[in-house]
Design a protein around this ligand. Structure first.
Ligand code: GLA
Length: 597
């Protein structure tokens, strides 16, 4: 290990590293969005593109899924990730939050925070501050070890994320800064803000950086006025954009991207490409936006970034390589080989199992006179339910107008005696229940489609049924509530139940299962649910994410390292109507494209 004395500093017009001028040519890649087996591959591709610094967020909600229960294993092993970066020769900027935005459920905050009905996220409110301290007690020492001056790759830390766009508590940023420093963080601290937040997000003694897609010269002059002779850094230059269900696949023209990057560099600034490699929002982790309407993000986080979701090169990659190559003193390493993709043909589904037949697998339902939101359900050792579906059942007499009054988050299928009546969501809050003079079971299967990760609506992200729902204008009462998280243990437990041979294709929420034969050395593939409506795909019990025929995303990325040689179990939860076949392709389909301006 080289002796390290002077880490990244911002005392002058440019950064200094060991007192030598240093320009950050950065790229974002989030370990929690990339299979562990590919970390090294993606980092080598970064290095070969002339990237010298890797930037990552840290998702609190994955690291502390239950209060006080921490997970830093497998895809969450950030120490290993840092060790690999160090070995490849990339410096690292860590953005530990606690809030990270990033199109990630609740901007990375754990949903158990919402059990406190007075919770004030991203403030010094006692409940939030104490939870943050407890989390940082676990996280920060792990990161501190990998700091530059202790021989590790981390050259800087970001304090929170775009707080200027939220700015609810004048003491909060200082609190987060101290939470880092008091736990041994000594490297350079930065804040990062977009143009709306820049004037509120900065912090005394901390370098302010900016985020944008289009150069706005005013931002540079603002930064200059704010901190004079300091280096300018674009912490997030958006190389593409994310997609939401029902929208188009966003792409940013490669030449437009190059001209902005060149201009940033010509101005002498440092840059981080967000994203360099986006990866995937596996499971139920994608976030949402809710300004004029609620929009939940798709499973892929391809982002139209220089490396695709599955780590393939794009024209952007080679254009950046040419430009960054010129800035690197030494010749760049050769471009690593491609990771192979394949089609395994069609997957034959063999058996099916209605959701109604497996409710007992989640134990006794919780009984409550009034509806209870998912975060406040008495499950998971007092942590509530975080993700997935929640089923609310009650007995009704007769029919009439069923109305949600906006209390269903985010959408629900409604059934009477297991017969589907339709779907309610933010736009359709009402359904007619046919009049039958009898007692019948009303089932409301609510899906949490992802919590908002940015904007003021982040303060209203409890899911499930969050208030009263009505029949004939009277609030419904006496619920049985099933928490259906669809976690791996649950998907494995489906094998203990009797499945039917697949004769007729069923409707309604039904599981389907089949085998994917991956041969001797499994490769990446893309699952196409053509002809299916909406649901979730699991491979060997592991949640690959949602599919939905409203697009734009048309295939789900299935990484080769998650397949066993030979037979793999594929399980599908389809909410409405099954298609005939599941296809596997050797190329992804991200859907109809739209250029971002
Ligand atoms: C902001 C956030 C990021 C991400 C981008 C959009 O800049 O800081 O986390 O949400 O917007 O992709």
């Amino acid at each position: 290990m080289q002796p390290r004395k002077n880490g990244l500093a911002s005392g002058h017009l440019h950064f200094l590293l060991e007192d030598e001028p240093y320009r950050i040519l950065g790229g974002s890649m989030h370990y929690f969005r990339v299979p562990v087996a590919y970390w090294r591959d993606r980092m080598r591709k970064m290095k070969a593109c002339g990237i010298n610094t890797l930037t990552t967020y840290v998702p609190w909600n994955l690291h502390e899924p239950r209060k006080g229960k921490f997970d830093f294993t497998k895809i969450l092993d950030i120490s290993e990730f840092l060790a690999v970066a160090s070995e490849i020769g990339l410096w690292v900027i860590v953005r530990p939050g606690p809030y990270i935005c990033s199109e990630w459920d609740l901007g990375g905050l754990p949903s158990w925070l919402l059990r406190d009905k007075n919770m004030k996220l991203r403030t010094t409110y006692k409940g939030f501050a104490e939870a943050t301290e407890a989390y940082f007690d676990e996280l920060i020492p792990k990161l501190a070890k990998y700091q530059y001056t202790r021989g590790g790759p981390i050259i800087a830390f970001q304090v929170e994320n775009e707080y200027g766009s939220y700015a609810k508590d004048a003491n909060y940023m200082e609190f987060i800064k101290n939470a880092l420093v008091s736990r041994g963080i000594v490297e350079l601290l930065v804040t990062s803000d977009n143009k709306d937040g820049l004037s509120y997000g900065s912090l005394e003694g901390v370098l302010a950086t900016v985020n944008f897609q289009k150069i706005e010269p005013v931002l540079f002059s603002y930064l200059n006025a704010l901190q004079g002779n300091k280096p300018v850094m674009v912490m997030e230059y958006w190389t593409g954009w994310f997609d939401y269900w029902g929208g188009d696949h966003h792409v940013l023209d490669a030449d437009a991207m190059m001209s902005t990057i060149s201009e940033v560099l010509n101005r002498g600034a440092s840059i981080n490409l967000y994203m360099f490699h986006g990866g995937t929002n596996f499971g139920f982790m994608s976030g949402a936006l809710h300004f004029h309407e609620y929009q939940s993000d798709v499973t892929s986080y391809d982002y139209d970034a220089p490396l695709t979701e599955s780590g393939d090169y794009t024209s952007k990659y080679f254009k950046i390589r040419e430009l960054f190559g010129a800035y690197n003193g030494n010749p760049l390493p050769p471009v690593p080989e491609l990771t192979l993709k394949t089609s395994y043909g069609t997957v034959q589904l063999k058996r099916c199992l209605p959701l109604w037949d497996v409710l007992h697998l989640v134990g006794q339902p919780f009984k409550s006179v009034e509806p209870v939101n998912m975060e406040n359900l008495p499950v998971n050792g007092g942590n509530g339910q975080s993700y997935g579906y929640t089923l609310y059942e009650t007995i009704i007499f007769g029919g009439g107008k069923f109305h949600t009054k906006g209390n269903v988050r985010d959408r629900a299928q409604v059934f009477v005696s297991s017969h589907p009546l339709g779907t309610v969501d933010y736009k359709n809050e009402e359904l007619q229940i046919p009049e039958v003079p009898a007692y019948r079971k009303l089932s409301i299967l609510v899906e949490n489609c992802g919590r908002v990760n940015y904007g003021p609506m982040i303060d209203y992200q409890r899911k499930g049924i969050v208030g009263e729902v009505y029949l004939r204008d009277a609030p419904l009462r006496n619920f049985k509530i099933y928490s259906l998280e669809m976690n791996t243990t649950f998907i494995h437990s489906l094998n203990d139940v009797h499945w039917s041979e697949l004769g007729e294709w069923k409707t309604g929420p039904v599981f389907y299962q089949g085998a994917l034969h991956a041969g001797d050395s499994p490769m990446d593939t893309f699952i196409r649910m053509k002809g299916w409506k909406k649901g979730v795909v699991f491979i060997n019990g592991y949640n690959l994410g949602r599919y939905w025929d409203i697009g734009p995303q048309d295939t789900l990325y299935l990484p080769g390292p998650w397949l066993w040689p030979g037979v793999n179990e594929i399980t599908i939860l389809e909410e409405y109507e099954a298609g005939q076949t599941v296809y596997t392709l050797d190329t992804p389909i991200f859907g109809k494209t739209q250029y971002v301006d």
